[in-house]
Ligand binder design. Structure first.
Ligand code: SF4
Length: 274
């Protein structure tokens, strides 16, 4: 299992003084420069009054939700003012914890993992097994520091190998995930590798923020059939226009989930067994 990379970033200087007022473009420039230094092994430790790189990533992730670009739908919801996006999520601080538990059924090298679900998903697939769990109105609001201490207790036995972010699509709540990692770092808890269990609907900016934080990306491929993928893409764009004009999130309808995902997946499994 790769090491917990996010813990490194919590002690790397960002070149930005805590509370320094700079433009978003300049904050990204400092981020990119600190990341380059970290990758090349010439990063400095955080200085007195300096923001660490993990906290700068968190700050930029909150910025992404101003006219939301946190996931590939880029629906532009003004989440910081409480407006809901297509995914149903509102302000990052209103994120809801849908479930947290130790799971032993993931890929062997990741198990057992502490799996954490935050509610809200842009996909709204008809056949989603988790829909009752992750619909945006479910779950409870949470304090990142308290969740961090619960996670630390769950990890205390030394048996779990990783922390796993799930959704829906965890990109929706990138800012809150970073909040939880910052809280874990500040508490000096044992750093567990962070696993991003997503559907690949990220943006370039969200991937740049995840860079250096995530140890393992675990991506679910939703559709094997090209026709289904195209149908979903077209529908998604139409949905985006409707949501932008009405300001209200809408549910996506989709082709039969059996024909588009379960059926092809079962055929593939059958090929493997024959
Ligand atoms: S669907 Fe949600 S996460 Fe994606 S851009 Fe819209 S508000 Fe942001």
């Amino acid at each position: 299992m790769p090491p917990a990379r996010w813990a490194d970033l919590a002690i790397v200087g960002s070149g930005l003084a805590s509370g320094e007022g700079i433009s978003v473009a300049e904050a990204w420039r400092r981020h990119d420069s600190a990341m380059a230094a970290w990758r090349e092994g010439r990063a400095r430790s955080t200085g007195e009054g300096e923001l660490d790189l993990l906290s700068l990533k968190r700050q930029l992730a909150y910025e992404l939700t101003r006219r939301c670009r946190a996931c590939a739908l880029r629906c532009g919801a003004r989440r910081v003012t409480g407006e809901a996006g297509i995914c149903g999520a509102r302000a990052p601080e209103d994120a809801r914890l849908a479930n947290v538990q130790v799971v032993a059924g993931e890929e062997a090298f990741l198990s057992p993992t502490i799996a954490i679900w935050l509610a809200g998903c842009p996909e709204q697939c008809v056949g989603c097994l988790y829909k009752p769990l992750i619909s945006a109105s479910r779950g409870v609001r949470f304090d990142s520091g308290r969740l961090a201490s619960v996670l630390a207790k769950m990890a205390a036995g030394g048996e779990v190998t990783s922390l796993m972010a799930l959704g829906g699509n965890p990109d929706v709540h990138l800012a809150r995930w970073l909040d939880v990692l910052v809280a874990l770092a500040q508490a000096g808890e044992v750093p567990l590798p962070f696993v991003w269990n997503a559907n690949g609907q990220s943006t370039r900016r969200s991937l740049e923020l995840l860079d250096g934080v995530v140890s393992v990306y675990l991506l679910d491929l939703k559709f094997r059939s090209e026709a289904c993928a195209k149908a979903n893409g077209a529908e998604r764009l139409a949905l985006r226009r409707v949501a932008q004009s009405s300001g209200r999130p809408r549910r996506r309808t989709s082709r039969s989930s059996f024909g588009c995902s379960y059926g092809p997946a079962m055929s593939t499994a059958a090929l493997g067994l024959s």
